[in-house]
Structures are given as structure tokens and as C-alpha cells.
Design a protein around this ligand. Structure first.
Ligand SMILES: Cc1cc2nc3c(=O)[nH]c(=O)nc-3n(C[C@H](O)[C@H](O)[C@H](O)COP(=O)(O)OP(=O)(O)OC[C@H]3O[C@@H](n4cnc5c(N)ncnc54)[C@H](O)[C@@H]3O)c2cc1C
Length: 337
């Protein structure tokens, strides 16, 4: 039977895959990259499919789903292949007495995806702990070791890897701290859960448990029985504006390298789309999560085109209300809204 993107992505939509490879070692990944690049075959590299939506037409080319599992801890330096499951890495480092990744507990996907959108949660982003990474350049065929300054981090969820198929992340090295204390916790909700003041610290294992509990409450831990988690996490990116219009005077705002960041969830809810919106819209296969207004979810049997129609409806509503146009946080391939 043909494998589809609906089988391999957390949103569970998307059409058939031409040729699927799941290389299990770094040399296999690199050999496949050489071969497909030399053959000029259209190539899509993916990890856990937790930030990716592909059209109902699928992908008529090669898909490499990394399954490379090399993993090494050397003192405070941890190197993992792109195919290592992210939360396995977090769990292992916390158990080994290393601090640094605990706030990123429970995020779906694989190591290779973390620099792509500089994955972050609860005040920690990948670039805080990134030491270097191996990158395959599909234009030159070279395998290079990069330091974080080449990755184009800065503005919210941006990197040179996003919206470009030139570079493939082959492995990632993180610099952590051997410590029984986390970095200061800046998130009030997380601090309250830990029973500490904002700015206080806690044992990394306790931070991990608190983060997992908070994420579960928001439907942000994958669970096949729970349609609120059939998503890409945050579907819409928090907009970063050079100037904040008067229409959003009351909206919380945060500084960003490129201007001011506004919470897309606030805009969506205030534009008239509460959590759970969509059950009685269209044919009900797509709705906002009942616990998180930023998550567009598949309620069962949705197609990519239904997800795109729904996203366009939300975007138009927000634009009509505030004059701010929301864009996707996830990668859309062979589909758009
Ligand atoms: C329930 C849920 C909760 C989430 N919570 C968060 C959160 O708290 N914070 C957050 O930042 N994100 C969150 N996400 C989004 C997602 O988990 C992350 O973006 C994750 O890092 C994506 O990794 P992946 O392996 O699934 O990538 P995929 O979805 O497979 O790919 C995403 C993009 O990265 C590219 N890519 C993947 N691997 C490589 C590689 N090795 N080299 C180059 N490009 C590559 C793909 O081509 C695609 O463009 C959440 C998603 C879900 C479903």
C-alpha cells in the first residue's frame, strides 16, 4: 500500500509519497542525499512530520524521513543525529544530570527539526543551547560543520533552513550544563506550577514534569486518542510588526529582533474564533483545539484542502478585525491558504 503524508504527519493529512526512504545511520543519510541530488530528483527531507503539511496531491519525488539514531554525551556536550526523537534526547539528558533542555520537554519531532524553526517553549529556544551542527549543502554536495551564527536565528522562529531546501541538518551538538538547577524560570505559569517565584530555579527533572503537565493541559502532547493533538502545534506564527497599529492597542506585546511580536492566539480569540471554533463550520472535520486557539486540528477524516480552507477563514477574520495578516508557522508543501 502507498504511504501517504497522512500516515507520517501529526496533522494526519496529505497525499501519497513517490519514494520513501528512512535511513537509519548518518552515512546512509549522506549517501542518499548524494544520490538524490546527483539524480536531480525532487527531494523532501522530513523528521517527525509535526510541523509539516503536504497537499492532497502528495509529493511525486523522493522523501527522506530521517531515522538516524547516533547519540553521544561527552561531559556537557551532547551530539545527536537528525533522526533522534527530540523528547528522547531531553529525557536522557535530564536523567544524566544535565540542565538546559528541560523546558523543551514534550515537543514532538526529531532533533533535525529543532534548528529549522529554532524550536522553543517556556522561555528556552534551541539557539540558547546550540553549539554546532552538521549541514549537508545540496547545491555543492559538501558536508559542513556550522556554528550557530550561520543559522540566521534572531527573529521569532526564523532560520536559514526555513523555506529553503538547500541545507539538510545531519546532526546537532548542544552545550548543556552539569547542574542540579535549571536556568531562572521566567514564565509565571511554570513558576506557579513549580511552587517558586518567577526568576527562581528548580531541579531540571521537576521542570520537565511541570512542563509536561502544562503541555498536556493545552493538548500539546501527542495522543492518538485526543483530536486536540492532531495538529502541527501552533498553526499560525506570532506576527512581528515594525509598527503596531491602533486596532490592537490592548494586545500584549513582546520585543523581537525585527520589531514587536504579538500573540496570534490573542488576535484569533478576539476576532471571534474561540477555542473549539469549527465544530459547526464547514463539515466539522477541522476545528481550533478546544484548549489552544493557535492549534488548527483534524477532528478525523480531514483533507489538506479542508485544513487550508479553515485556516484561510481564520486569517480573513483576523485581518478584517485588526488589519493584521497571519501567516503559517508550519511548513506548507504543495498547498497554501
Ligand atoms: C502537539 C504539538 C506541539 C508542538 N509544540 C511546539 C512547541 O512548544 N514549540 C515549538 O517550537 N514547536 C512545537 N511544535 C512544532 C514541531 O513539533 C517542531 O517544529 C518540531 O521541531 C518539528 O520537528 P519534526 O521532526 O517533526 O519536523 P518535520 O515536521 O518533519 O519538518 C518540519 C520542517 O523542517 C524540515 N526538516 C525536518 N528535518 C530536517 C532536517 N534534518 N534538515 C533540514 N530540514 C529539515 C522539513 O523539511 C520541514 O520543512 C509542536 C507540534 C505539535 C504537533
Amino acid at each position: 500500500m502507498t504511504t501517504t503524508f497522512a500516515d507520517l504527519t501529526t496533522m494526519r493529512v496529505g497525499g501519497p509519497i513517490g519514494r520513501l526512504h528512512t535511513p537509519e545511520t548518518i552515512p546512509e543519510v549522506v549517501d542518499l542525499l548524494h544520490e538524490t541530488t546527483a539524480a536531480g530528483d525532487p527531494l523532501l527531507v522530513m523528521g517527525g512530520g509535526s510541523n509539516l503539511i503536504v497537499g492532497d496531491v502528495g509529493w511525486d519525488g523522493t522523501v527522506i524521513k530521517t531515522a538516524s539514531s547516533e547519540f553521544d554525551i561527552d561531559g556537557e556536550v551532547v551530539t545527536a543525529a537528525a533522526g533522534v526523537e527530540w523528547d528522547h534526547l531531553v529525557r536522557t539528558t535530564v536523567a544524566e544530570g544535565l540542565a538546559g533542555l528541560e523546558a523543551l520537554s514534550g515537543i514532538p519531532g526529531l532533533v533535525g527539526g529543532t534548528p529549522v524553526q529554532n524550536v522553543g517553549a517556556f522561555g528556552t529556544v534551541t539557539s540558547d543551547v546550540l553549539a554546532s551542527l552538521s549541514v549537508y549543502d545540496r547545491q555543492t554536495g559538501a558536508l559542513e560543520r556550522w556554528t550557530p551564527d550561520r543559522c540566521g536565528f534572531g527573529s521569532h522562529r526564523q532560520s536559514v533552513f526555513k523555506h529553503s531546501d538547500r541545507w539538510v541538518v545531519v546532526d546537532v551538538t548542544y552545550r548543556l550544563r552539569r547542574s542540579d538547577q535549571s536556568k531562572p524560570i521566567g514564565y509565571a505559569e511554570l513558576a506557579a506550577r513549580l511552587g517558586i517565584e518567577v526568576g527562581g530555579t528548580a531541579a531540571p527533572a521537576d521542570v520537565r514534569e511541570a512542563v509536561l503537565a502544562l503541555r498536556r493541559g493545552r493538548g500539546m502532547i501527542l495522543d492518538p486518542e485526543d483530536h486536540d493533538t492532531w495538529s502541527v502545534g501552533s498553526f499560525f506564527i506570532n506576527p512581528v510588526l515594525a509598527e503596531v497599529p491602533d486596532s490592537v492597542r490592548d494586545c500584549p506585546r513582546y520585543p523581537d529582533a525585527k520589531g514587536t511580536k504579538l500573540p496570534a492566539a490573542w488576535l484569533i480569540e478576539r476576532a471571534g474564533f474561540p477555542r473549539g471554533f469549527g465544530h459547526d463550520w464547514g463539515n466539522g472535520t477541522v476545528a481550533l483545539s478546544s484548549r489552544h486557539a493557535l492549534a488548527v486540528t483534524n477532528r478525523g477524516g480531514a483533507t489538506t484542502s479542508e485544513v487550508m480552507k479553515f485556516a484561510a477563514h481564520i486569517r480573513e477574520g483576523v485581518e478584517a478585525c485588526f488589519g493584521i495578516r497571519l501567516g503559517p508557522e508550519c511548513d506548507l508543501v504543495n498547498c497554501s491558504f
